[in-house]
Design a protein around this ligand. Structure first.
Ligand code: TYD
Ligand code: MG
Length: 451
């Protein structure tokens, strides 16, 4: 193989060094040097036989690539109706969340396809054990325990699978550079090689990637630019429900969402998301409120639970599970200032049931209602459901897709839905069974739910 030349570059200021060192002597930052390829030693070759031509946009062929259905509705949905030929999909998630299970299960469910599952993390024995647990037999699923990208590509060239799965990109290495697996340069070079291979052969590839504590896919964001689709698998490890989110998709919507439940024999598709609400609900407790959220294009009803209790140590604690804590602090300040609730002397804990994380602005009002309910120790009628954003001056603001939210609450048997006055005015139909209550300010909401 031709000699590959590498050098070290500072991530912060871009200075170049022939050797690694702990500190960049140019900008003084620590631990910012990454190895990068400077020259591959090969002469640049051109494959083009014709000169590049400029074309009218109208004349460009736009028929979509062939899509493969994956026998898994939730997975098909987040990919934008199946897996596109020659696409590279990155699946990120925290360790233990179920990434390997999801893709292995997909592989063995696809009966007529040949799939190569490459693992750099587990032995063939461990993967076989997992497949036994899922309990489906498939002659077309092949395993390879390997970490060198060149060897993987050779194996794939021989087998010619319909789908290639790499578990995980952080354990893979290319012989071209010396740095250890998981470093930025290794991750980037491996992903780039796999991407070229995928584009050349048309074989779709899944890359599993671990997520660091701060939530970014390790190998800071670089992979997200290389791949076509980025999926994130999330959930609370102590709960069964898992959410698969599309963060980027060149072949479909980037706001899709799939829901699964981890069971003893693999992941079950949850096709009716509102079962999460109905599965573990105890009625009539103070501090609970139901939110009509939208996740992707589907309405999802969730229960928000809050506990507001006097702080014994004078240094109040704040904690939020499944909801942005800064947003909760903002709502607490609004409740304090606009509704006169003494939140500052209380500990506040907030929880979204099912271990699900929500970032829909319509959850503001249900969160505020749950906090107020716990503060006053008054329960909210279990047939009331809420959806609205809350502004800094305590105004109740409109949210998108209000009709879908109302229909879902209606369908699940709620009898009252509190929304913003502006949303109410623009409703195109008002013939729902459920009673719709418009609100302009938080005080209107308190009157409605606490009497
Ligand atoms: P895994 O797919 O190994 O997670 P990741 O690849 O994201 O690190 O799965 C992790 C957990 O899932 C593990 O704690 C065991 C559990 N599990 C089940 O509950 N049921 C099952 O059928 C399987 C295969 C795993
Ligand atoms: Mg794994």
């Amino acid at each position: 193989m031709a000699k590959v030349k590498t050098a070290f570059f500072c991530r912060n200021c871009g200075a170049k060094y022939p050797k690694w060192s702990g500190q960049c002597s140019s900008c003084g930052e620590w631990n910012t040097l990454d190895e990068e390829i400077v020259s591959t030693g090969k002469k640049p070759t051109t494959f083009k036989t014709e000169p590049s031509t400029v074309r009218k946009i109208r004349e460009v062929d736009f028929s979509p690539g062939r899509r493969m259905s994956l026998q898994n509705d939730e997975l098909n949905r987040v990919l934008g109706d199946g897996l596109v030929d020659g696409s590279v999909v990155l699946l990120g998630g925290e360790p233990g969340i179920g990434k390997s299970t999801l893709l292995l299960q997909m592989a063995i469910q696809l009966k007529e396809k040949k799939i190569l599952y490459v693992s750099g993390e587990e032995s063939e024995y461990q993967i076989r054990m997992r497949a036994e647990r899922i309990g489906i037999q498939n002659e077309g699923t092949y395993l390879l325990a390997e970490t060198e990208i060149e060897a993987i590509i050779t194996a794939s060239e021989n087998l010619k699978p319909d789908i290639l799965i790499l578990d995980s990109i952080q354990t893979m290495r290319t012989a071209k550079i010396d740095s250890s697996p998981g470093t930025i340069s290794q991750v980037r070079e491996c992903a780039a090689e796999i991407q070229q291979y995928s584009k050349k052969t048309g074989i779709p590839v899944f890359l599993i990637g671990h997520i660091t504590k701060d939530g970014s896919i390790a190998g800071p964001k670089i992979l997200e630019h290389i791949v076509d689709t980025v999926l994130q698998f999330e959930g609370d490890r102590h709960h069964g429900y898992r959410i698969l989110r599309t963060l980027k998709n060149r072949f479909g919507s980037a706001s899709e969402l799939g829901i699964f439940e981890m069971q003893s024999n693999g992941l079950r598709e949850v096709s009716n998301p509102s079962e999460i609400l109905l599965s573990d609900r105890e009625e009539g407790l103070p501090g609970a409120a139901v939110a009509a959220t939208m996740e992707g294009v589907r309405p999802l009803l969730l229960e928000i639970q809050a506990l507001v209790s006097p702080s014994p140590y004078g240094n109040p604690q704040r904690s939020a599970n499944g909801f942005d804590q800064r947003r909760m602090n903002m709502l607490l300040a609004v409740l304090e200032k606009r509704s006169g609730m003494k939140m500052g002397i209380n500990d506040v804990f907030l929880n979204v049931t099912g271990g699900i994380r929500v970032d829909d602005p319509a959850v503001d009002l249900p969160v505020a209602a749950a906090l107020a309910s716990s503060y006053h120790d008054l329960s909210i009628d279990s047939k009331i459901c809420l959806a609205a954003e809350v502004g800094l001056s305590g105004e109740v603001r409109p949210v998108n897709k209000i009709e879908q939210r109302i229909s879902e609450a209606d369908k699940l048997g709620f009898n009252t839905m509190i929304i913003s006055q502006n949303n109410f005015k623009s409703l195109s139909r008002k013939d729902f069974k459920i009673k719709i209550v418009p609100a302009t300010r938080l005080s209107d909401v308190w009157k409605q739910i606490f009497g």
